[in-house]
Design a binder for this molecule. Structure first.
Ligand code: PNW
Length: 521
């Protein structure tokens, strides 16, 4: 809490920050995340079958930095006890991890459940609960059984029923202990990168058909799983369930381009939220029109963007218990000029909406090519979501920073601090109901096309040591302090990268020095 002197001092020193309480609301929860393919390894142990990522990394090593794969990764299949210990050391309230469908159901179907797979997740869940840590379980984090891919994967309408069977299995096995479920992780990123530019498994390039089918089927699969939980499991287990959407914050390059910027938002946030979270349901109408026009431009006799029946709209509408958002970075938007070449998603966007994406020159670059630092984006995105879908219960299910290594990581600390600061502003100034925050990631892991080159971990992992030794970075100590204090009012390294010049940016420096002054007062 700020004292009276502090408020007076603030009033002299600065503006908006004067009245920001640095503590998080009572009941606000902190967590940390990982996903099965990225950490588990043990790709062919026991009766586990191949996932699309096993298949893709083995057949297309040239598409992944360093020809890397997740065969061993962090070897969490063996080192799960150490993982729990790390999560415990951080003092988080919950650990978000995912279940590997091909580990639990090797055929992809519920005719056969792997005893080994079943026990692995039992041990993990029970081990967390024994330490007072809640498991937040993602049912699908991109590792489809390869056998289902051979039947068309997310482009086959039957995938929604295959997912439903998988959902019934995981709810039956773990629903007594898992109280927060995520059906599907980032369907936007998954559909764009798997079917639009083909950079992720299964590496199919079908931007005009595959991406849209994937869009529709992931949302329907989610909705069926939500309804199953609601009808058959909720009364017994009293848990909550939703999907996680990934969001870039988009802003106009110059005034006059707000409309096209809003369309860009609808094309990513809206296309994956509107059918589920809006009052009327269905696709955003601006997108239906824009994509119909796009199909026409490409010579198709009718729109490629799949329509929804009345039943499908009703099936999807309202299938959430909270809104979970993953947020990392922002883009600037402008209308493309005639003849301009488009790059691939998500660095550039393109033909869909005839727009060009870029990054503001003041947003610092990071070790990941798609990632520029613009903390105010997270606050603006939350406000956008609240405006469109109401003041739901929001959780940040991923937020974190990519570096190229080293235990001393002031840039990551600054990123976490600045994003949490923006979340506090969203809560206190804008009244957005944010109830939880999750750092991606617990430890360095297989970062998809970037292999092991880009590191998101609070814990460093030595991929050359047989035991995949994990060591806390400075950011792990910082996050532990924030959680313990339940406040951003904790010491952190006093040097930091150049502050960004965009948005509400007074700043982090001022904030830090204000706290110092308050303490001196
Ligand atoms: C998310 N992009 O993926 C995933 O949920 C994690 O598995 C992943 O490790 C994390 O973010 C960090 O990348 C993304 O290129 C992958 O825009 C790529 C993009 C966005 C999210």
């Amino acid at each position: 809490m700020l004292t009276l002197q502090a408020v007076v001092l603030c009033a002299i020193v600065t503006t908006a920050w004067c009245f920001v309480d640095l503590s998080f609301p009572p009941g606000f929860k902190f967590g940390v995340a990982s996903s099965a393919y990225q950490v588990e390894g043990a790709w062919n142990i026991s009766d586990k079958s191949e996932s699309i990522w096993d298949h893709f990394s083995h057949t297309h090593p040239e598409r992944i930095a360093g020809a890397a794969h997740g065969d061993v990764a962090c070897d969490s299949y063996r080192h799960w006890k150490r993982d729990i210990q790390m999560v415990h050391e951080l003092g988080v309230h919950f650990y978000r991890f995912s279940i590997s469908w091909p580990r639990l159901m090797p055929t992809g179907f519920p005719n056969y459940i792997s005893e080994d797979g079943k026990q692995y997740y039992n041990k993990l869940i029970d081990g967390l609960l024994a330490k007072g840590i809640q498991p937040l379980v993602t049912m699908y984090h991109w590792d489809l059984p390869q056998r289902l891919q051979e039947l068309g994967g997310w482009t086959n309408p039957l995938v929604t029923d295959w997912f439903l069977d998988y959902a019934r299995t995981v709810f039956s096995l773990y629903g007594d202990r898992v109280k927060t479920w995520i059906t599907i992780n980032e369907p936007l990123v998954m559909c764009e990168m798997s079917y639009n530019d083909g950079s992720m498994a299964p590496g199919i390039i079908s931007p005009e058909v595959g991406t849209y089918l994937c869009n529709k089927h992931t949302l329907l699969a989610h909705a069926k799983a939500w309804r199953l939980y609601d009808n058959e499991f909720r009364h017994k287990y009293h848990g909550e369930i939703s999907l996680v959407n990934h969001m870039f914050w988009y802003e106009a390059v110059m005034s006059g381009e707000e409309e096209i910027t809003e369309l860009a938002q609808e094309n990513s946030a809206g296309r994956y939220s509107h059918p589920i979270f809006s009052k009327e349901g269905g696709w955003p109408s601006s997108i239906v029109d824009a994509l119909a026009l796009n199909s026409k431009r490409q010579g198709y006799p009718k729109s490629n963007f799949p329509s929804l029946t009345k039943e499908e709209i009703e099936l999807m509408k309202g299938t959430y218990d909270f809104y979970a958002m993953n947020h990392y970075t922002s883009r600037q938007v402008r209308k493309s000029k005639g003849g301009e070449k488009f790059g691939s998603w998500p660095i550039n966007d393109g033909p869909d909406l005839d727009i060009k994406l870029s990054a503001h020159h003041s947003w610092a670059r990071t070790a990941a090519s798609w990632f520029y630092v613009n903390p105010p984006g997270i606050r603006k995105q939350l406000v956008w979501l609240r405006k469109h879908y109401g003041n739901l219960k929001f959780i940040i299910a991923e937020n974190g920073y990519p570096s190229s290594g080293g235990k001393h990581d002031p840039d990551r600390i600054a990123y976490l601090h600045d994003n949490l600061e923006q979340i506090l502003l969203a809560i206190q100034e804008d009244g957005v109901n944010v109830t939880a925050y999750t750092v991606w990631s617990l430890m360095d892991n297989f970062e998809w096309m970037d292999g092991y080159k880009t590191k998101f971990g609070l814990f460093e992992v030595d991929f050359n040591s047989p035991e995949r030794k994990r060591t806390p970075r400075a950011s792990a100590h910082y996050y532990r302090k924030v959680i313990k204090a339940h406040s951003l009012d904790v010491p952190r390294p006093h040097y930091r990268p150049e502050p960004s010049s965009s948005g509400i940016n007074l700043p982090s420096l001022t904030l830090f020095s204000t706290i110092l002054l308050i303490k001196l007062f």
